[in-house]
Design a protein. Structure first.
Ligand code: AMP
Length: 306
């Protein structure tokens, strides 16, 4: 079952303790759609500028991503610059240039209006709502956002959240959005804004899901090499929603499996800059890490193995 995603397509300039890259392919919608494309079909809605090279379009196309909704605007592509210290859990934004996104008003291609799974990736909440209001009857609406929009466009964001089923955001952003330091209390406040399910991304500490019936905790896959955390959150979301759409099952048990698939996808992205690790990833590697994640958190299985 196909997914519709709206979000940023970007040129990222990133500095980590391990290196620096300038104007590489990034953006929330790029990471999300590439990750989700390992599980199901994805259609992308975004805008790029006149400076966006054909080779990036060819890459997205090679992943089978639907590009009918990828517009080319007059002007420059969205740009983001960020920096990480040794604590890779926190991105410090150095620069955000919305450029062609400033006045992007998408008109969804007809075939996209019946999407059953919608992901509102991190972008202006007004644009998220504009896209969502053109979709007729989605089964699942999931959403991401960040501090930039929580502080800059809070009212618009709250309007969007009222129509969202599942919100996927970072731990610090849950606290900021709820204006409450305790995470459990903050989760209850944020769920009160609309989303029935809240998925809290906690960087190297994994993910916490506050669901309708239970709380679920998944670790991050323990990696020796974490090179660049950019895109980990969006790649997580791509695996999460991708698995849900592929299996067409939204019960809480399946949400838990989807969280582990999302965590596995994120664990690959952080091994290299930009989308580079996802370019040569094979589905067998995803399955292999999924089984390792099972072993990592199992309480009884080792007895059977010994
Ligand atoms: P994450 O998965 O949270 O690491 O997201 C990283 C991606 O978010 C980068 O590739 C950026 O291009 C993109 N990004 C950063 N700031 C914004 C913003 N204000 N709106 C939309 N996308 C952004």
């Amino acid at each position: 079952m196909s997914i519709l995603v709206v979000g940023s397509v970007a040129f990222d300039s990133i500095t980590t303790p391990f290196g620096h890259v300038d104007e590489v392919l990034g953006g929330s919608a790029c990471y999300f759609s590439t990750s989700a494309s390992f599980f199901t079909d994805v259609n992308l809605v975004a805008v790029v500028g006149e400076d966006f090279p054909q080779r990036h379009i060819d890459f997205l196309d090679s992943r089978g991503i639907g590009l009918e909704g990828l517009m080319r605007g007059a002007g420059r592509t969205f740009r983001w610059a960020g920096q990480y210290e040794y604590d890779l859990n926190e991105a410090h934004t150095l620069d955000t240039q919305l450029n062609v996104f400033e006045d992007f008003k998408p008109d969804l291609p007809k075939g996209y209006r019946d999407a059953e799974y919608v992901f509102l990736a991190n972008i202006d909440p007004e644009l998220q709502l504009d896209v969502l209001s053109q979709v007729r009857n989605p089964r699942l609406v999931a959403c991401d956002t960040m501090n930039f929009w929580i502080s800059g466009k809070r009212d618009a964001l709250l309007k969007t959240l009222a129509r969202v089923d599942t919100l996927v955001i970072n731990e610090a952003e849950v606290r900021q959005l709820a204006e409450e330091p305790n995470l459990v209390k903050a989760a209850a406040i944020v769920r009160g804004f609309g989303p029935q399910t809240l998925v809290v991304k906690r960087g190297e500490y994994g993910v916490l899901m506050f669901g309708e019936h239970s709380i679920f905790s998944a670790p991050a896959y323990p990696l020796e090499e974490v090179f660049d955390p950019t895109g980990a959150g969006d790649t997580f979301a791509g695996g999460f929603v991708g698995y849900l759409a592929a299996t067409r099952n939204l019960n809480e048990n399946n949400l838990r499996k989807a969280i582990v698939f999302g965590s596995v996808m994120a664990s690959f992205t952080v091994e290299k800059f930009s989308l580079d690790r996802l370019r040569d990833l094979q589905y067998g590697e995803i399955e292999d890490r999924f089984h390792k994640m099972k072993l990592l958190t199992d309480f009884g299985l080792l007895d059977d193995l010994q």
